[in-house]
Design a protein around this ligand. Structure first.
Ligand SMILES: CC(C)(COP(=O)(O)OP(=O)(O)OC[C@H]1O[C@@H](n2cnc3c(N)ncnc32)[C@H](O)[C@@H]1OP(=O)(O)O)[C@@H](O)C(=O)NCCC(=O)NCCS
Length: 313
């Protein structure tokens, strides 16, 4: 009989948002677009650009935010996983660079990156949780960090309005407490280049839109079914921030009021694997009592990849 439940404690979260803002009005000066078009089609008002920071700088800053928030002893970290498809260099991994920047080079730490596009953080959290629950490690730093403005074609109005930069981080630990975590992850290889980064982002937006609305709903239902949880028991659904219309349409299909769906896409656009941990960090900052609340995180993206996680705070 396969073990189906993990007990995972979310110890802390953190984020790093670069200072440089690109507004819709800024983009109006570069391509044939308008604030009205962008906002009504996507819900985005502005996004950030990492001008001087690398992906590993942002990842390190998000990690430090999570560490400092709870005064965490960084020497406890056994695993660093970074979800990204915009690494500083092909090798070493961003996770290795974060290890060095956190001053953990004299520790035994397992470091590697995961590329599952915008589902990367869900995949990374799943992998880290399985490693912890296997019993050989106790603490994992899981980060999503992306420098998407470096792979955006600023001459293509179909895509350049959508993406931004940033990083988010979780510290999770094995626990004896009753903190069940459930995961559902899947994929379907895309040979038709519906969404591809080579070397810049190209995308057939309509096709991605239809895929995303269906798969978001399916992923949430899968993780609810696995965990035997009803949607009413969820404190907040925190989706990957790709498009407000995708999220609203999926929420409607799920019969979930928008007060139970977290959105911050207006401020940051689509930050790929960073969007979910940034959103969780911002949501948790609004909570006075976190105890035992259940969150569903859901992601979808290129690959195609998709997945959801149910966490108990
Ligand atoms: C990209 C997206 C916002 C486009 O919205 P849409 O309603 O599907 O729009 P379409 O692509 O059908 O384009 C409609 C028109 O707007 C135009 N258009 C595209 N981008 C534009 C922009 N930034 N400003 C103004 N017009 C634009 C198109 O050229 C097209 O014009 P045409 O009718 O003259 O050919 C939407 O398809 C989407 O969000 N897709 C999912 C993308 C995504 O989330 N990707 C990441 C997944 S993790």
């Amino acid at each position: 009989m396969k073990k189906k439940t993990n007990n995972i404690k979310l110890i802390s979260t953190g984020k790093y948002i670069p200072n440089d803002v690109i507004t819709n009005e800024d983009l109006e000066k570069i391509v044939d677009t308008s604030d009205e078009w962008i906002y009504t089609r996507t819900g985005i008002k502005e996004r950030r650009r990492a001008k001087d920071e690398t992906t590993s700088d942002m990842a390190t800053n998000a990690a430090l935010d999570a560490i400092n928030k709870v005064g965490y002893d960084k020497n406890k970290i056994d695993i660093i996983i970074v979800a990204t498809f915009t690494p500083d260099v092909a090798s070493p991994s961003v996770a290795n660079l974060v290890q060095a920047k956190l001053g953990l080079n004299d520790r035994d730490v397992v470091c590697f990156d995961i590329n599952a596009a915008c589902t990367g953080f869900i995949y990374a959290l799943n992998v880290a949780s399985q490693m912890l629950n296997a019993g050989f490690y106790n603490s994992a730093l899981v980060i999503g960090s992306e420098s998407l403005t470096k792979v955006v074609n600023f001459q293509d109005r179909n895509t350049c309005v959508l993406f931004g930069d940033g990083a988010g981080a979780f510290i999770i630990e094995n626990t004896e407490e009753n903190k069940p975590a459930y995961f559902y992850t899947s994929s379907k290889g895309d040979l038709e280049e519906v969404i591809i980064v080579d070397p810049l982002i190209r995308m057939e937006g309509r096709k991605v839109y239809h895929f995303a609305t269906k798969i978001l709903e399916k992923s949430v239902n899968e993780v609810l079914e696995k965990s035997n949880t009803s949607i009413e028991e969820i404190a907040m659904l925190i989706p990957h921030q790709a498009n407000a219309r995708i999220i609203e349409s999926a929420a409607k299909s799920l019969n979930l009021g928008l007060d139970k769906v977290y959105m911050n896409i207006d401020k940051y656009g689509n930050t790929s694997s960073a969007s979910i941990p940034i959103a969780v960090d911002e949501y948790l900052a609004t909570l006075e009592d976190k105890q035992d609340k259940k969150l569903v995180l859901v992601g979808f993206g290129a690959g195609f990849t998709w997945g959801a996680a149910l966490l108990t705070l």
